[in-house]
Design a binder for this molecule. Structure first.
Ligand SMILES: Nc1ncnc2c1ncn2[C@@H]1O[C@H](COP(=O)(O)OP(=O)(O)OP(=O)(O)O)[C@@H](O)[C@H]1O
Ligand SMILES: [Mg+2]
Length: 314
């Protein structure tokens, strides 16, 4: 397997409770909290681990919450590299209301990074021998808009491939530099080109244009319950997802990236890696809150979506 590095600039302690009813003022009796280390790159690394792969998760950590975050990651058995920061690692909360099946999410912005801190993150990315660099998530306060573009430039100089999942100006700036694979969702794609794209043909054309302009070699456009579109020089593939019992779509995009990255790292044909992404994203919506996918669900869904058995190492 080709070595993978993920980066989490805005780490998060994700706490999750279940209550019967969300009502104001009254004391709500909650289940014992579930706690996970989260943030885009961490989620990607968690998924890769669940599917039997390995990656190095580079992440920021600061203050007491940063210590707690590190303990959580160690418990999850990930290989990590910590970049200490002065700011406070954020805590995000999810509350699942049993009576309605609704989920409430609270996500603070997270700490500002100093120039020395974001430079340390950039340098750490290239301290590790790797073939695939996964850049996901929005940029914290203090980090320049072209941070992912700079990382993409450094990766290119070293012959490494970048897998990018971000939004807005960070996405725009990174694509100016060019990456191997970009995974926008429909909103992000529409925002990038400044117009709606309700027809499938139009979406394909936009993805093809991204490739023709040299901004990415592969575009994987995810469309929530409508599945995903894979566009490369070789052509276009669409996969739909089966109707599933949706518990929570939190982390579906990160899970897609984790599954597809693992397939690419294993040198699978692009269509198979893409199908692993779709199966993994879909498997994640079957679990509540910030819990991600279960391996048995990924195996079942891969067969259902792609028509082939999934052969992963344990
Ligand atoms: N409601 C759903 N039903 C079935 N599959 C889903 C659903 N939502 C997401 N998925 C699966 O997860 C993949 C990624 O989801 P989506 O397009 O919502 O990503 P995203 O918008 O980037 O998510 P995130 O909010 O995590 O960033 C989809 O391609 C699909 O396979
Ligand atoms: Mg996303």
């Amino acid at each position: 397997m080709k070595p993978i590095v993920t980066l989490t600039l805005n780490s998060s302690v994700d706490v999750q409770w279940e209550v019967e009813d969300m009502v104001p003022i009254r004391k709500l009796r909650a289940s014992s909290p579930l706690q996970f280390a989260g943030g885009g790159g961490i989620n990607v690394s968690r998924v890769i681990k669940t599917l039997g792969g390995q990656s190095i998760a580079i992440h920021t950590a600061g203050w007491y919450t940063g210590h707690f975050f590190r303990e959580l990651i160690e418990a999850q058995g990930l290989l990590t590299r910590t970049i200490p920061i002065v700011g406070r690692t954020r805590t995000s909360a999810t509350v699942f209301e049993r009576s309605t099946g609704q989920e409430f999410r609270i996500t603070p912005p997270g700490p500002e990074l100093s120039e020395a801190e974001w430079q340390a993150c950039l340098n750490a990315l290239f301290d590790h021998e790797c073939d695939l660099v996964v850049l996901t998530g929005s940029l914290p306060l203090g980090v320049p808009n072209d941070f992912y573009g700079r990382a993409a430039h450094m990766a290119k100089e070293r012959g490494q491939r970048v897998i990018l999942d971000t939004s807005g100006v960070a996405l725009f700036e990174a694509l100016k530099e060019g990456v191997y694979l970009v995974k926008p969702n429909l909103n992000e794609l529409e925002h990038l080109v400044g117009r709606r794209a309700s027809e499938m043909k139009d979406r394909e054309d936009i993805c093809r244009q991204i490739i023709d302009e040299g901004k990415a070699e592969v575009v994987a456009l995810t469309m929530g319950e409508d599945g995903a579109l894979l566009v490369s020089k070789a052509g276009v593939t669409r996969l739909t997802t089966p109707k599933v019992d949706v518990k929570s779509a939190v982390g579906a995009g990160d899970s897609f990236v984790g599954g597809m990255t693992l397939g690419v790292a294993l040198d699978w044909p692009l269509e198979d890696a893409f199908a692993l992404g779709v199966a993994t994203g879909t498997a994640t919506v079957l679990t509540v809150g910030t819990e991600l996918c279960r391996r048995e669900d990924v195996e079942r869904l891969y067969k259902e979506i792609h028509g082939k058995p999934l052969a992963l190492q344990s």
